[in-house]
Design a protein around this ligand. Structure first.
Ligand code: LER
Ligand code: MN
Length: 283
């Protein structure tokens, strides 16, 4: 069964980004629950930014799952990546993500390696950088496996990384890893830029996909851009994807409307709740 999720960003230093709800964990969760989302995805500044007991209580209270935890704050706030030329920084990056994996695993949620993968900077050797990435993913994948969750690796579009940009490149790379515990994140926004045919790539690399970021071509909520969602939804059903479709999209035109639009799109493509029922909800 494909389940819905919505992002909540709790990083005070970041005021713009593709997250639907911002700053207030409980308010975001209450709205997610009211709209009928199955889960939330969290973007926090570190693994100890939220008290685990409190989160557990809120997840139970609002009957939500934790779909995944983002690790990008490691780069954005702390300046860490898994492929930094400085071994000390790489070590800190691994340690930051290890803690995030442990945090997420408490709730059965995987951690996502997105911007923490870094970039090949001028003067760096591609092969060397890919070895650093492999070393990091092997350590992190093993730790996640020990805790019973996958590690999610996200191919990003070319304007965010020059490492791996497509599902095919991601799948080919993770096949070379020692760990067998890394899955791919199919972010529909990045895929819109990089894939020749989104549905075809989903069919071809379906067995590698462990998480989906649900955003339209312009990174607005699904339905506010020109992505052909019907064929993508068919592909996800065809491969028997059974994870979360998580709205990592801009809060356009505002967080509440973006959340409503997302759940409407989710219901349209993955189940059959009537539009009027959702429109009548007052957040
Ligand atoms: C970044 O563009 C992104 O898609 C995130 O999921 C990764 O941090
Ligand atoms: Mn993403």
């Amino acid at each position: 069964m494909i389940r819905s999720s919505v992002t909540i960003a709790l990083v005070p230093q970041i005021k713009t980004g593709p997250w639907i709800f911002w700053e207030d964990l409980e308010a975001g969760m209450a709205k997610a629950a009211k709209l009928g989302f199955d889960a939330i995805e969290l973007f926090t500044s570190s693994a100890d930014a939220i008290d685990s007991e409190r989160l557990l209580g809120l997840l139970e209270q609002y009957e939500l799952k934790l779909a995944a935890v983002g690790t990008g704050a490691g780069k954005v706030i702390h300046g860490l990546t898994l492929t930094d030329a400085d071994p000390e920084i790489r070590k800190k990056a691994v340690s930051f993500v290890l803690d995030m994996i442990s945090f997420g695993a408490t709730f059965g949620a995987p951690a996502i390696i997105g911007s923490m993968q870094g970039n090949i900077l001028p003067g760096m050797d591609r092969e060397q950088v890919m070895t650093w990435l492999a070393d990091g993913l092997n350590k992190l994948g093993n730790h996640a496996g020990f805790l019973g969750v996958p590690l999610i690796y996200e191919p990003l579009n070319r304007y965010e990384t020059n490492l791996l940009n497509t599902l095919e490149a991601g799948a080919t790379f993770i096949d070379t890893l020692k760990t067998k515990n890394v899955k791919l994140l199919a972010d529909l926004f990045h895929m819109n830029i990089e894939e020749a045919d989104l549905a075809e790539s989903i069919y071809n690399f379906g067995s590698y996909i462990g998480h989906v970021h649900f955003a339209d071509s312009n990174r607005r909520p699904i339905g506010f851009g020109h992505t052909e969602m019907a064929t993508i939804a068919s592909a996800l059903k065809e491969i028997e994807y059974s994870g979360f479709v998580s709205a990592e999209a801009f809060p356009y035109p505002d967080p509440d409307s973006a959340a409503k639009q997302t759940i409407l799109a989710f219901k349209k493509y993955f189940s059959h709740t009537k539009r009027e029922e959702i429109n009548s909800l007052h957040l």
